[in-house]
Design a protein around this ligand. Structure first.
Ligand code: AMP
Length: 225
């Protein structure tokens, strides 16, 4: 099963992606997490990507597109994948659709988590990142994924690891820039979503991102067969 998942920063897209990954045993490929891993390890790719990410800009397509297409060729992707954070603009969408077609790979589902921009922004400011695993969701404003307190400080609710804020989460201008890109339906991410919506083939699942994590999961799972 091959799945794309879309949603603005703050929509719970990463959380839902992790749940789908568990349920269907799929590799969860997150472009943002791949970049952060490279930055953490100080790789060449990480060095190139960092300045864009810190500003809230997209990393250029000539770095991002090959990185993701190569990732999809790895062994663990043979039986399906869930791709999260890519495509992020229309060019990436068209390039991905063409690459899949050339390889004879079907796209089965396009999941879209719909959330108003002001709600998405509020949610981002409380998000905390586990230093051990970017797939451990923590948020100070949501009971279900609230970090736990240990020795007077907040730690990851999943593994007890230290928490940090994402550099690009805390900067107001960077948040706005990332949302500008997401909600842009001319060339940005909404243009990518709309591109996949008009394609013949993938089933589009649009869910309201405002209810609880559990309710959003149920709305998605009802449609994923
Ligand atoms: P995310 O964790 O998905 O919010 O991604 C964090 C940052 O990584 C984004 O703000 C971009 O700077 C960069 N990034 C992630 N995915 C892409 C992509 N598909 N194209 C370009 N830049 C990306």
């Amino acid at each position: 099963m091959n799945i794309l998942i879309f949603g603005p920063n703050g929509s719970g897209k990463g959380t839902q992606g992790a749940i789908i990954k568990e349920k269907f045993n799929l590799p969860h490929i997150e472009s943002g997490a791949i970049f952060r891993k490279n930055i953490g390890e100080g790789t060449e790719l990480g060095k190139k990507a960092k300045e864009y990410i810190d500003r809230g800009d997209l990393v250029p397509d000539d770095i991002t597109i090959p990185m993701i297409l190569n990732r999809l060729k790895e062994d663990d992707c043979k039986n399906g994948w869930i791709l999260d954070g890519f495509p992020r603009n229309k060019v990436q969408a068209e390039t991905l659709a063409k690459a899949l077609k050339d390889e004879g790979i079907n796209l089965d589902y396009v999941i879209e988590i719909v959330l108003p921009r002001d709600v998405a922004k509020l949610r981002i400011t409380g998000r905390r990142l586990c230093v051990n695993d970017p797939n451990h969701p923590n948020h100070i404003a949501f009971d279900a994924i609230k970090p736990v307190e240990k020795d007077g400080k907040l730690v990851c609710r999943v593994c007890g690891g230290d928490l940090k804020t994402r550099a690009d989460d805390q900067d107001d201008a960077a948040i706005d820039k990332r949302h500008d890109i997401y909600y842009d339906d001319k060339t940005g991410t909404m243009a990518a979503v709309n591109y996949f919506k008009q394609l013949d083939g993938p089933k589009v699942i649009s869910v309201d991102g405002r209810p609880s994590i559990k309710e959003v999961t149920e709305a998605i799972m009802k449609e994923l067969k």
